[in-house]
Design a protein around this ligand. Structure first.
Ligand code: SAH
Length: 360
């Protein structure tokens, strides 16, 4: 066990088994040893690669999507442009470069970034220096006012709880220690009716053996975003891998150097994520008065906002090898077998905004 594993084990010895959410929170955001407190996890040499790191077109199209949203809001000035978990700042840098065609937009935006990793904050500062960003630990400290928000592969990093239906009722899946006290092991908490309050009707009637995931953090954040866009005009775009509620099951996964590993091993050294339950996010945002659209498959969303037109234009002026790279990047983003279907896009808007671009 590494140092973070030993810290979690000590907590279990003192206070009993921990929920998946507690384990994830320790593993990802422990102040000293958490995964997102370490260096840069992205890229070919890191653990995983994201859409903006695959193709510059991804961020460019989102830049045009943001301008379109701003225009539909009546071009409020200033407008808070907020990104949750900006990684290396690549998406936002590409978006702002594409937005140069609307200097009024660039003059109107105030860039606010929600980022917990000190190392990534530094990279974002370099990539986005021209826009003078301000950083926050959470959305709560971003000033109130008109808002454009984007989150790519952020919600999958938020802690989830897992519940399993047994013959005796719904039980929470917990993480404890085996007899040696040296290794983590899965166990079930006693059944409690309290779990059912967290589940929707369809989930409650699932057969014995079913695992259902609930992310209080993701639902809470969707409600905060919903309340913001309901109070001041605004629009938010959430892109991530996940489902609309149709796919139950255990989606907790650990990734290290582009390969899957055991989520209970090497805490803090591997990326822990779960699929995003978009249906639950939509319900949370709607509860506080916002409207939601989607989720739609990422491939459909990107095609609707012009990825193929943009790729053709770039390829027309590119050398053959460069054109090939552009096309293979786009294919990865939109192909059903690659990121086109598993990844989905959802929008949260002020009441009456109407369907944003790509959600018609
Ligand atoms: N959006 C980027 C990076 C995705 S990785 C891209 O598409 O490339 C997840 C990002 O969210 C990282 O920047 C990570 O440091 C940040 N992050 C993860 N959990 C967080 C939390 N609880 N609070 C703030 N930032 C978080």
């Amino acid at each position: 066990m590494n140092a973070l594993g030993r810290a979690i084990a000590a907590r279990i010895r003192a206070a009993g088994p921990v929920s998946v959410a507690d384990f994830m929170a320790e593993a990802l955001t422990h102040p000293r040893l958490g995964y997102y407190r370490r260096g840069d996890p992205l890229g070919a040499k890191g653990d995983f690669i994201t859409a903006p790191e695959i193709s510059q077109i991804f961020g460019e199209l989102i830049g045009l999507w943001l301008i379109d949203g701003w225009q539909r809001l009546g071009q409020p000035t200033p407008v808070y442009l907020v990104e949750l978990g900006p990684g290396r700042g690549t998406l936002m840098a590409d978006a702002l470069r594409a937005a140069k065609l609307r200097p009024e937009f660039l003059a109107a935006i105030r860039l606010h970034l929600i980022e917990s990793s000190p190392g990534l904050r530094e990279r974002q500062g370099t990539a986005l220096a021209a826009a003078a960003p301000q950083w926050h630990e959470g959305l709560e400290t971003v000033p109130a006012g008109p808002i454009l928000l984007i989150a790519n592969e952020f919600f999958d990093a938020l802690p989830i709880r897992q519940f399993e239906r047994t013959g005796e009722g719904w039980c929470e899946r917990m993480i404890g220690l085996d007899d040696s006290g040296e290794r983590f092991r899965w166990m079930l908490a006693p059944p409690t009716p309290a779990v059912e309050a967290l589940l929707c009707e369809e989930e409650k009637s699932a057969p014995v053996g079913t695992v259902v995931e609930v992310s209080p953090a993701a639902r809470g954040l969707a409600a905060v975003v919903g309340a913001r866009v309901a109070a001041a005009p605004g629009v938010a775009l959430i892109i991530d891998y996940g489902h609309d509620g149709e796919g139950h099951g255990n989606t907790l996964q650990a990734i290290s150097q582009h390969a899957r590993t055991d989520p209970l091993d090497n805490a803090g050294e591997v990326d822990l994520t779960a699929h995003v339950h978009f249906g639950a996010l939509a319900r949370a945002a709607a509860t506080v008065g916002a409207e939601t659209y989607g989720p739609v498959p990422q491939g459909d969303f990107l095609k609707a906002i012009g990825i193929e037109i943009r790729a053709n234009r770039l390829c027309a002026n590119a050398a053959p090898a460069q054109a090939e790279a552009i096309r293979s990047g786009v294919k990865r983003l939109i192909d059903a077998e690659e990121m086109g279907t598993l990844f989905r896009a959802m929008a949260i808007t002020s009441p009456g905004f109407g369907p944003p671009a790509g959600f018609a």
